[in-house]
Design a protein around this ligand. Sequence first.
Ligand code: ZN
Length: 132
Amino acid sequence: MLQTLSVRTNTRIELLDLTSQVQEVVSQSGVTEGLCHVFVPHTTAAVTINENADPAVKADILMVMNKLISEQEPYRHQEGNSPAHVKASLIGPQITVFVTKGRLALGTWQGIYFCEFDGPRSRRLLVKVVEG
Ligand code: ZN
């Protein structure tokens, strides 16, 4: 079954650790061996996996994204949020994580991050856990 996680972001650009919420969906699914797909149905947000031990890593990722994708380009998109669209495409809208023994098979330092690039907003993540 397709599950929806609702997220309220707090600032323009941020990474939110949703590992425990995604694990909760896995636990409730009853699947012990399989795949967990996470999809972000937005054009200015994304999902990624990275270190969740040192919060400085989140800050560094955002610092470099902001440096790489300037606000000052001659963007043509009239809505004014082209940097957010570009950042979302670079990170991507989906991840897949193996599930084993009912747990996400993440590395010791890995967490699942929702990436907000045009907040604050109410957002959704779609999660599907598949046996196999
Ligand atoms: Zn736009």
